[in-house]
Design a protein around this ligand. Sequence first.
Ligand SMILES: [Zn+2]
Length: 371
Amino acid sequence: MGIASCPSSITLPHGKLDFPVYLPDATFGIVRTIDSNDLLACQIEAVVMNTFHLMQKPGSSVIQSLGGLHEMSHWQRPIITDSGGFQAYSLIRQNPKFGSLQENGLIFRPEGDKSKILLTPEKCVQLQMAYDSDVVICLDDCTHVDASLEEQRLSVDRTINWAKRSKVEFEKLVKQKKLDENRRPLLFAVIQGGGITDLRKRCSEALLEIGFDGFGFGGWPLDGEGNLLTDILAYTRQLIPTGYPIHALGIGHPENVLACYDLGYGIFDCAMPSRDARHGRLYTFSQSPEGPNAGLTGKWLKYLYIDDDKFIRLNQPISPYCDCPTCRQYSLGFLRHLFKMNDSLFLRLATLHNMRFMTQLTQRIRQRGQA
Ligand SMILES: [Zn+2]
């Protein structure tokens, strides 16, 4: 189903991405505990960095002095930059003392800082273009699926208005910088509307009319119990013609990647796989990739908790199906020892494994699709 409704790849200034693709969150320019060579060893194809966080730390002028995001982080493959809309949701909507949402943009008041930061749709595009991002994402007004109808309406109005302004600014900068088709980043807009089909439809139609290279599914993608909002994800996908790539923003739980790919989503990002690794939750496949459906049948995902006493003397890798640097060189017993010692090496080795699990997952999904 997803195979027919999702393009198979996109080409960006810093390389081509085959779908589905998983991007780790390198929020401040790094995936915590690992570097760009480690990412390549795990076959990571691209990363997501965050416009809002980077403009504060290390700051956009520092990034410019260090040669831009690619040079600073020694990462020559694609970078997608997040707009900051989600940060407005997670900071401001949860606690108004951190700022406010206004028609002109977002006003942030980071804790312990008297200064305020204004992020307008135009500034958001300017920053992402200056960072030399591969995919520029328009500033949006993100809501929770349980927010009131009035809030969802307002969020859609604002998101459309900000997307319009972003497009104007983007085209102006593309002209100014004389970027040809190969050097021009793609511009994505975010579809809001919470769980309300009419609003998702209105938002999609308005954004399609303005014209973008791709779209993101916006809003918190899980219900109160942590279940994926499959119905509204499916509904929203079919509003957009099949040739457009869609980024399932913030979605990266392995089971959700598979489910959303089957709905027609191609791009995924999430901080959870690397965070889980640091906390000792390691991802494994229960079946070989040679099995039916590339081993993605039944309960195909299995967690190992490194704290478990059963690993103390286990001289085996985390997974027999994994070829990551950690599984090739170290046993579960040794990893458990590092974890118990609070050694920083554990954080790196565990992150390497979960990153490779995610790229193996996307490879298995492609392999399954070709079968
Ligand atoms: Zn591994």
